[in-house]
Ligand binder design. Sequence first.
Ligand SMILES: NC(=O)c1ccc[n+]([C@@H]2O[C@H](COP(=O)([O-])OP(=O)(O)OC[C@H]3O[C@@H](n4cnc5c(N)ncnc54)[C@H](OP(=O)(O)O)[C@@H]3O)[C@@H](O)[C@H]2O)c1
Length: 339
Amino acid sequence: MKAAYLIKYGNTETAFKIREAQKPRPKANQVLIKVEAFGLNFADVMARLGLYKAAPPLPAILGYDVVGKIEAIGNEVTHVQLGQRVTALTRFGAYAEYAIAEKEVVFPIPDSFSAGVAVALATQYSTAYFLSYNMANLQENDKVLIHAAAGGVGTALVQMALHKKCLVFGTCGSSEKIDYLKNNGVHHPVNYRTNDFEDTVRKIMGIKGLDAIFDPVGGKSIKKDYRLLGAGGRVFSFGVSSMNQTKSILGKLGVLAQFGFYHPVQFLSNSKGIIGVNMLKIAEENPNKIANAMQEVIRLTEEGILSPHVGGEYPVDDIAIAHGFLESRKSMGKIVVKW
Ligand SMILES: NC(=O)c1ccc[n+]([C@@H]2O[C@H](COP(=O)([O-])OP(=O)(O)OC[C@H]3O[C@@H](n4cnc5c(N)ncnc54)[C@H](OP(=O)(O)O)[C@@H]3O)[C@@H](O)[C@H]2O)c1
């Protein structure tokens, strides 16, 4: 089979090579999928830049989500059949013609779902579901701030918060994205390049604080988030995309310091908190939570309540262009790569 290998950290032009690879064989509790398309996630960009610790060593096959047909199943797998079209989560290995997934994270999908919609549901929508429904337990009238609100996870969080009838603030970095956020129903879109988001939220909210803030940016953004919380509010820190701006160890330490330093007694006396979420950890220790999130996002999409936006579709030969687009901060919604 062919696979798009990450062979060199750094620039998109020299990072990937499509090479022959050994077709994997599923173990008893696994499924082999003939991949129709795979999705890109921001963590893939971090891995390409050599900034993602959990990524396999070079040469590596990256990727967390695939859509395709079941080619082979292990003898402990009973919920899917050969030939069935599924979306699945992979722990790397998705940028290939065939990919292996654990049985718990393989889900049949209707033919009406495009490849882009199917892969958006896997990593980005399941992450957003776990954040907003399981962790934040959003309620009607909650005041919510979503960072990178035009991105893959951000688009999903906006749809989920609106479905829960929350008041939604969303940040992004361009006027095109402001239009996208308005079209998606965000009540207060903020371009952080032209307006400080903390000042903007404060002007609108006065002394009232926010109930939930979803932050994949990290660094000094978290400090501002914390100040914007009301009593009972929480910041959900689920990424450090601001780290991709810095290469040196000192620079990285600087970003980590910018998060701020907190003592639990502060959380207790102010009734506020900061919670970290890493879906790889959840998948390791509580795969049933991922399965539940996936089943729910598939159901909500079938019912028309959720509607993933596909912001770019590329043939595999253009994987460098697809990666560059996601890194450029211009993409909106999900980027999908097709075989
Ligand atoms: N913890 C987990 O388990 C988990 C799971 C999935 C995703 N994530 C994280 O969620 C985030 C979103 O992932 P995604 O795949 O949906 O990507 P995405 O949001 O579609 O793309 C990344 C977006 O982040 C913003 N961004 C990029 N670099 C930035 C920087 N240096 N400073 C500030 N903003 C920056 C840009 O939008 P704007 O400039 O317009 O804001 C960019 O378009 C990533 O940080 C990812 O690592 C975490």
